[in-house]
Ligand binder design. Structure first.
Ligand code: COA
Length: 162
């Protein structure tokens, strides 16, 4: 079975990584699909977001990192994915996740969605929260993988140098 785990990953966090590690036990191949939506302004460009994911995952035979633009169901079809994987952090995620699952199933009934509930230690993490903590000099090492920590530190030091 091929699973596709989509997101913006701006940047990937330990919460996303938790979902990736658990999803890869359920599917034969996991495709981490990075959304490239020009109308969505991101802090990190597509290549940097993909590299941070690759560096965070390390060498793992059954994981692929791809980018996609357009509809997720089309990316799923183009990459032979049988199932979409999403994480659910809290009840507040439920509404948007169920809506997304229903829409995607209406667009392509052959691709269902599997929801994994986030580990409780990651249920409050979001990419923008982490970036905000970093901007104000807070410690984010508990929330992001090492390659992301380095990338954020680099971006912050570049900003300071002006
Ligand atoms: N751990 C940590 N954070 C998590 C998380 C987890 N397990 N799950 C979600 N998040 C956070 C992210 O950090 C992000 O935080 P931010 O808003 O502070 O940046 C937020 O939740 C949402 O991120 P993500 O899960 O990456 O979803 P998204 O809304 O950015 O991306 C797509 C959603 C790309 C999958 C979706 O927009 C899409 O499918 N687009 C293609 C168009 C399409 O097909 N549309 C029709 C279907 S709805």
């Amino acid at each position: 079975m091929i699973g596709i785990y989509p997101g913006t990953f701006d940047p990937i966090t330990l919460g996303h990584l938790d979902i990736i590690k658990r999803a890869k036990k359920v599917v034969d191949t996991l495709i981490v699909a990075v959304g490239n939506n020009p109308s969505k302004k991101t802090t990190f460009d597509l290549e940097t977001r993909m590299n941070m994911i690759r560096d965070s995952i390390g060498t793992c035979k059954n994981i692929e990192v791809i980018s996609f633009s357009g509809l997720l169901v089309d990316a799923a079809k183009d990459n032979g994915a049988d199932i979409i994987i999403r994480g659910l952090r809290a009840i507040s995620d439920y509404e948007s996740e169920s809506q997304m699952a229903i829409v995607n199933r209406a667009l392509n009934p052959d691709v269902d969605t599997m929801i994994l509930v986030s580990g409780h230690e990651y249920s409050f993490i979001s990419s923008s929260l982490i970036k905000e903590i970093a901007i104000f000099g807070g410690d984010i090492s508990e929330f992001v993988p090492e390659p992301v920590l380095k990338q954020i530190e680099l971006a912050e030091s570049k900003k300071k140098k002006g």
